[in-house]
Design a protein around this ligand. Structure first.
Ligand code: TMP
Length: 396
């Protein structure tokens, strides 16, 4: 039933930025084969051989959702919208990161779950925070003696958890009878449309379609009743899920999204096979651009040490011979080296100046925000290289 359609080669963990390049650390660097498969039974697209989450979500986890103004703003708007529509009294967030979502709620109403202790420590002073992986044991611990949650929110987390059985059983136990589960994750439809194969990395165990989410939740006596497109992470979906017998009616929007996904054949293996051929061509085209620009003596850097660019660099073999350095605003990425390709990461203050001719848009999902920020350099001739939807040079 599960069939591999995409092979992205030997990959390191997307978030394992190296603190130095000593032989010892290089020897310890973990690699795995990143293959992606399609399940014809429930239409799930997933990493064929997921990595153990304990290797990924450590106490040095680098990603901070609050780093980007786009994300801070998006979560603020989402919190406002969910408060207005559902007026929740008890809110559980699974994967609360640095608190970017929960900080928009009254602290007495919120329960946060975040397995990376460095992140959980950031919220535990103000909010009830459990520094644990989400599973049934934790759900029983939290809700055995207290009222169930009437809003469970989880952004960019459910798609990271290999064991969907454990995840949804724990959710079903924790959700009140009229409660709503709202999840946000990158959209498979956007990945296919944008050729954004870099959405596949070790943490994105699943890239959901609406069709697959609808099927999967039914296995756990839950029901998808609404979905909407959102702009974050280069095209995501927000899914609204309730208990099987809850009052919510299937929305017209959901019916139309499901129809559109069927029309675009997101339930057929052939769609993904064709996508994988486009990905191979995209790799060739990107390398051609890099080599041509480098041969002409240009200085090329990369903008944003994103997890997505780990996939691109390792798949396309783009290393420090082609890219001088990567700039990133995140303090705990600066001074480190990118996973697998070992390109140095420095602050934008040090790295973004007139000496840069081209910058690979690693954080292509923040293009608008970045173009606003780099307006002066763009006016002076800086150009970006982007591989989505197709490798090309972009400017102003
Ligand atoms: P993400 O796509 O996984 O959220 O990661 C985005 C990364 O890009 C994050 O490390 C912060 C970085 N970044 C910058 O360095 N400059 C920027 O202007 C933006 C928006 C992000």
């Amino acid at each position: 039933m599960k069939k591999t359609f995409l092979k992205l080669g030997k990959q390191p963990l997307a978030n394992s930025f190296l603190s130095n390049l000593t032989k010892k650390l290089l020897r310890q660097e973990f690699f795995y084969n990143l293959n992606v498969s399609f399940n014809s039974k429930n239409f799930l697209v997933s990493v064929s051989n997921p990595v153990n989450p304990k290797l990924q979500y450590t106490d040095n986890y680098a990603h901070r959702a609050s780093e980007s103004a786009t994300m801070r703003n998006a979560f603020k708007q989402t919190a406002r919208k969910l408060k207005k529509r559902f007026n929740p009294k008890i809110i559980l967030e699974i994967g609360s990161n640095d608190g970017v979502f929960i900080k928009n709620f009254n602290r007495k109403k919120v329960i946060a779950v975040e397995p990376c202790k460095n992140l959980a420590n950031l919220t535990k002073i103000r909010y009830k925070t459990f520094p644990n992986f989400w599973d049934k044991k934790l759900a029983y611990k939290i809700f055995k003696k207290s009222k169930k949650a009437d809003l469970i929110f989880s952004a960019n987390t459910i798609s990271h958890i290999p064991n969907l059985n454990e995840t949804f059983q724990a959710i079903n136990y924790s959700l009140s009878e009229k409660g709503v589960l709202v999840i946000e994750d990158p959209s498979l439809f956007s990945v296919i449309k944008n050729n954004s194969y870099d959405q596949f990395y070790d943490e994105h165990v699943y890239v959901f379609s609406t069709l697959s989410i609808s099927k999967v939740v039914e296995e756990f006596d839950l029901r998808l009743f609404h979905a909407e497109h959102i702009q974050t992470h280069g095209g995501s979906m927000r899914y609204y899920i309730c208990k099987k017998d809850a009052i919510y009616r299937k929305s017209k929007k959901l019916i139309s999204i499901l129809k559109s996904e069927r029309n675009n054949k997101l339930h057929k293996y052939i769609t993904f096979k064709k996508f994988s051929i486009r990905v191979q061509k995209s790799k060739k085209a990107l390398k051609k651009i890099f080599k041509k620009l480098k041969n002409k003596g240009n200085k090329i850097i990369s903008y944003g040490a994103t997890y997505k660019s780990t996939t691109v660099f390792n798949y396309c073999n783009i290393d420090s011979k082609l890219i001088d350095y990567v700039t990133d605003t995140t303090l705990n990425k600066q001074g480190r080296f990118t996973p697998g390709m070992h390109i140095p990461i420095i602050s934008p203050e040090k790295g973004m100046n007139e000496s840069v001719n081209y910058a690979f848009l690693g954080a292509w999902n923040f293009k608008k925000e970045i173009f606003r920020k780099e307006k002066i350099l763009l006016n002076k001739g800086l150009r970006f290289i982007s591989h989505v939807p197709w490798p090309q040079i972009i400017g102003k």
